[in-house]
Design a protein around this ligand. Sequence first.
Ligand code: ADP
Length: 403
Amino acid sequence: QEAKQNTSEEKTDSSIKAVSSNITFKDVAGIDDVKGELEEIVDFLNTPSKYLDFGVKLPKGVLLVGPPGVGKTLIARAVAGEADVPFFYQSGASFVQIYVGMGAKKVRELFMKAKQSAPSIVFIDEIDAIGKKRDGKSNDERESTLNELLTQMDGFEGDSGVIVIAATNKIKVLDEALLRPGRFDRRVFVNLPNIEDRKRILELYLNKKHYEFDIDRLAQETSGFSSAALSTLVNEALLNMIKRSSKIVEQSDIDVAKTKIEFGKKQALLLDEEQKEILAIYQASKAYISKSKVALFDEGITKIDSVYPSYTQLLENIKRYLSGSIAVEVIKNEKYAINSQDIIKAYDLAQKMVDEYKMSTNTQNIIEKVSNTLRSELSQNVDEIVRLKDIMLKNEVISRDDI
Ligand code: ADP
């Protein structure tokens, strides 16, 4: 049977087929700005004449940029669903994992089928698998696939009714050729959900379910969660509710779900006494500086989440990111490499303040200013931090009351 399948695949690749999407914008919670950007495309697919009569061309390619699990695939499906057009899904990796020469062939076939079914949407997930910058090392297969994609995108007109949507979480690694006019010249950034978004995503998943816990508080406490992670959280909580033979989701279900998710991440982590003490100092000072609950194995921090953050709020968030490492430095009199993510986030935010918001001219100055504030604040309160550290070692968590 396998042999039979292979022969048929030589003629036409059976993995390239369209599905009709029954997902619409109402299935996508939050990220209103992203929806707004894509509404124009839906409108174009619904009534092309409205645009073509005026000679207006729409972008052929839209690049959705953002971390995993924020709904890039979901929103692309929703565009197809709203416009009621066929949806061709391919992952970037699926083009390059097959035999040499097959990637380009597959791209040609994908576009041929999409044009035949036009108007249609082609969605290429993780396009970086084909579209990475050429790094000197030659990779003929990937390059010929990328070249074919560029050729195909150049080869059809904006009025052909095929819209290519691609997703990536790292725009910086993409070959510039892909970003040139007439290709993926429209870029839409899809960020982690903010506090408002998180509330709406939680409400969507809890729709028609009876719950008795503070949803605003949960939205607040899940800073850094992707939409997909929120969906897992609600699902775990519902499982726990069922286990209790109840029909009402309670705070205890949420707590169990959260612990499970954290535990899954941390199972592999085994620390000796000294390492544990260093981590406890690190986490205790995060709790101390942010005045919020922190568990020993929590990764992120509680950030100030604001739609329009002020200069002071941005500095405060940088301070929270840096608090752990500066505290360890103050108390142990030595620098330790503990949580690079916190450091990277602090620098990224400072960079953003310089590059995007022009609030300062120098990233390093911001970092130093905040570090100095932290150093003096923490060294004046070493006793408190050490007491919090002891609580952390005992309970593996510090509550607001402890602080
Ligand atoms: P990405 O493509 O950005 O990695 P996905 O679109 O695959 O993320 O999202 C994974 C899952 O998370 C979706 O199937 C959906 O269940 C949920 N999800 C993601 N974003 C949202 C959102 N904005 N609203 C509702 N659910 C979402």
